[in-house]
Design a protein around this ligand. Structure first.
Ligand SMILES: [Zn+2]
Length: 113
């Protein structure tokens, strides 16, 4: 979902968002925006991601989201996905590197066997 689509789905008018500065190659405005600790547009928690939409009527506007809302509102690639077992193998290896184990709780057909 693009940010413009996200705003539409959440019923947020671009005019209600803070104006964003012009794009720069360094992206320092994004870091500055995050340090100002703005609320997530979806849930109100402190935003951890600052994005910008280009609205035809209102120009560049900040779209601040927390990590959970970013994950919940980001469209996944339509391409092929790796098998669940492969993903879990990576997670188990990462957990093992820090001395932890992973327990998967799912039905027989989840592909995590
Ligand atoms: Zn949020």
């Amino acid at each position: 979902m693009t940010s413009a689509n996200l705003l539409h789905a959440l019923g947020i008018a671009p005019s209600s968002l803070d104006p964003a500065p012009p794009w720069t190659p360094c992206g320092s405005a994004y870091i500055e925006r995050l340090t100002e600790r703005h609320p997530c547009i979806r849930c109100g928690a402190t935003a951890t991601v600052a994005g910008v939409i280009e609205d035809a009527g209102f120009g560049r506007r900040w779209v601040d989201r927390c990590t959970a809302c970013l994950a919940a509102t980001t469209t996944r690639s339509p391409g092929p996905r790796p098998p669940v077992a492969d993903v879990l193998a990576v997670v188990r290896a990462a957990a093992g590197e820090i001395g932890m184990t992973v327990t998967v709780m799912c039905g027989d057909d989840c592909g995590a066997a």
